[in-house]
Design a protein around this ligand. Sequence first.
Ligand code: UDP
Length: 332
Amino acid sequence: MNVLVIGGAGYIGSHCVRQLQEAGHRPVVLDNLVFGHRKAVAPDVSFYEGDLGDRAFVVDLLRKESIEIVMHFAAFAYVGESVEDPLKYYDNNLARTTYLLMAMREAGVNRFVFSSTCASFGIPERMPMTEDLPQKPINPYGQTKLDVETMLKACAEAYGMSFAAFRYFNAAGAAEDGRIGEDHNPETHLIPLAIWAAQGKRDQLTVFGDDYPTPDGTCLRDYIHIDDLCRAHIAVFDKLKTPGAALFYNLGTGTPASVLEIINAVERVTGLKVPYRIGPRRAGDPPALYADSGKAQRELGWKPRFNDIEAIIATAWKWHQAHPDGYGSKLD
Ligand code: UDP
């Protein structure tokens, strides 16, 4: 399939591009390089720098490259920033996705894969989280993702467009060969920050709260290897052949890990100490979030290959060792 990967130079998008190539598809990347890295995309992949706000350009690209499926990863994803500047999130995550869907209609492309988030559920009523739990996001970031899900349902009904929306839990790790990986600016995620603290690139890690109602008092999250996450996006392609298919899947391993467990695992993998202190809770952090990904497993024949947090962290460690300055590293 000819697949347009929007945000294909970002963390999740770039890993999807590689998985698509491995599965024998032809990825084409569109990225505005606001957060993406040109070096995250191999030179043999068609690459376009551009913006979803430019509809004529997107329609032209869809036609020119004979695109059959669009995968959309280009979103802003900083929860705190979305609270401080919600319009930035409604513009980028909702308005630009609207323009994209309009461009797809104009070009006659009707299969769509969307990156949604477990943040669309807000504070869930039950654990592990199944797809049917009520979605009540508690910040504009989660709301914009839910709004797109709602818009997609309407498009499936009205136009027969088919789509899959994946609600990600915590994407983690890097490609197994260590050539591409996570490079956010600013970096806010636990695993890269713990690795940097171990390497001495940061003074120390702050654990956001140890008074949660969890076994060790720190938050529980579901860390899923980035390649496992991407493989699910490709496993859904067959189902998108059905016009009007409206599919939702939660993607995690189902095995929660606490912040302290992650710190210990980073120490075991790296053989280094992770200096840390206990700080106050971070606003908007639910105590526990982990997936029941049984639906994806049953319907897509998909299964995470990485079930062990140390194995996931080992791939991140390989990337960070080889690229101390991320994509800015001289080693590249
Ligand atoms: N966390 C932490 N210190 C940090 C960064 C994150 O204690 O410097 C915690 C955070 O409170 C959450 C977990 O680590 O419980 C995972 O956070 P991350 O930002 O990686 O992902 P999120 O779950 O917010 O999507």
